[in-house]
Design a protein around this ligand. Structure first.
Ligand code: 5GP
Length: 210
């Protein structure tokens, strides 16, 4: 068995307000070898640009409730008070089986649940540089109604106010290239922590003999 497989893979939670650019930064993390995404289930209707299985598994309310009742979610939440989103536990099992660091893109309620269940998980909070810029980004996506944009801005304020409690890292997404380098650097640094390198140190020592 390889050294990496003996250590539980990282569970990386990425969250932040809608429009903060977290999906792009999640993709930057997933460019690193040794990572895999978690695919959430949601009851939200699919957008024209989305296909099932890639961004989300789109399920009915009844399917979602049945999965929750069977205890199949690591976490789940009702986001914006309307649709349910959840992380199936199967991705955690898959990441452990394959020895790959798991990346979760979830909201702040979900992040709090994962941190409570898996205290070793690492939460990264993505922030927009300003409220104005967040609003501009939400509008330029052209996917939400005025009502939805107003809801997402109000929600963003709540999320930012609550962030300090659960997040280990905070990345301000002003320049996406720079923010991308920062999230990759966080993952790289986490992989180099001495507790995760203990076995390698032991093997190195053993290779000296004596
Ligand atoms: P959207 O509808 O724009 O794709 O996502 C809305 C919000 O739901 C985003 O903040 C997104 O991160 C969050 N979200 C996506 N998947 C999950 C999940 O599995 N669990 C939780 N708690 N939130 C999620």
């Amino acid at each position: 068995m390889s050294v990496e497989k003996e250590i539980a893979p990282l569970v990386l939670i990425v969250s932040g307000p809608s429009g903060s650019g977290k999906s792009t930064l999640v993709q930057k993390i997933l460019e690193l070898p040794g990572t895999m995404p978690s695919v959430s289930c949601t009851t939200r209707p699919r957008r024209a640009t989305e296909s099932s299985g890639k961004c989300y598994d789109f399920v009915s309310e009844a399917e979602f409730d049945a999965m929750a009742a069977r205890g199949e979610f690591l976490e789940y939440a009702r986001v914006f008070g309307r649709h349910s989103y959840g992380t199936p536990k199967k991705w955690l099992e898959e990441s452990r089986k394959r020895g790959l660091d798991l990346v979760l893109e979830i909201d702040v309620q979900g992040a709090a649940q994962v941190k409570e269940k898996l205290p070793k998980s690492v939460a990264i909070f993505i922030l927009p540089p300003s409220r104005e810029e967040l609003e501009r980004r939400l509008r330029s996506r052209g996917q939400d109604s005025e009502e939805e944009i107003a809801r997402r801005l109000a929600e963003a304020r709540e999320e930012i106010a609550a962030f300090g409690k659960y997040y280990d890292f905070c990345v301000v997404n002003e320049d996406v290239e720079r923010a991308g380098r920062e999230v990759q650097a966080i993952v790289t640094a986490l992989r180099c922590t001495s507790s995760r390198r203990r076995d390698q140190v032991q093997r190195l020592l053993a290779s000296f003999g004596g």
